[in-house]
Design a protein around this ligand. Sequence first.
Ligand code: NAI
Length: 296
Amino acid sequence: MTALAASHPIAVIGAGTMGAGIVQVAATAGHEVYLFDTAADAIDRGIAQIEKITARSVEKGRLDAATRDEILGRIHRATALEDLAPAKLVIEAIVENLDIKRSVFGKLEDILAEDAILASNTSSISITEIAATLKRPERMVGMHFFNPAPIMKLVEIIKGLATDAEVAETTFDTAVAWGKKAVHAKSTPGFIVNRVARPFYAEALRILQEGGADIPTIDGCLREAGGFRMGPFELMDLIGNDINFSVTQSVYNAYYQDSRYRPSLIQQEQVAAGRFGRKSGQGYYDYREGAAPVAP
Ligand code: NAI
């Protein structure tokens, strides 16, 4: 099986942090891309983000202006799920919630062509479980990008119990055609990276709760001595504390409340306060205008 040709339209559902990035990746690879979100202003923000990032690439000489115009010209606003009908691959990047994801895919089944691939960018929810209520669960697969999607190379391709091998291969090859490093994984809680990363966040939060060190010190140590690009708190603020908290809860519950994955009360408080990180202007650091500079 080969990658989907650039002539095949792609659809992305959810225009937030991940959806907008995935749209940029697919449009850059030459596909017509339809973007749907239940919040119309989220689509505007998502497209504005792509315009800003690609404008910066032109300024820095990494992209020519004509190519940028072509990329932006391939991105289309969808006002209803029905507008996604021409898509051969739909990538869902909405809230990390099983019931909502199932409901969206259930509606899509009746809208898309029989051979269209249904992919979820979920960080932690079982692909087997999302697919279980579909009429044709074999065409559902996980296509898990990392944040920021246009920059991060890795894409985990997740096979649920029912996923057709050809569907997984086509999705894998398509990610590779988009310039990504794709890996196969089975549908286990958190897959590969999010599973291994759980203790990275959890132990940092425990040190903070015990008063062992403050946030910039913990982040600085991991960056300077651990060789990580970002410390755990910087990374949680980039990912979004709401999303990160949902992922931890999902992995914790999937492993029958194994204490290794227990969610942090500090993170729960951040989410309750709406301090989601960069996207809300405040998280472990303050990103609002005029605030003290955020850790390097
Ligand atoms: P986000 O909160 O930035 O954006 C989610 C978007 O989905 C919002 O614009 C919202 O209006 C929209 N939405 C919610 N329900 C919808 C529905 N029923 N139909 C259409 N649109 C709907 O979330 P983010 O961070 O982009 O995450 C999305 C998904 O990607 C989640 O499953 C998350 O676990 C996963 N993910 C997140 C990563 C991250 O670093 N933030 C990394 C990799 C995966």
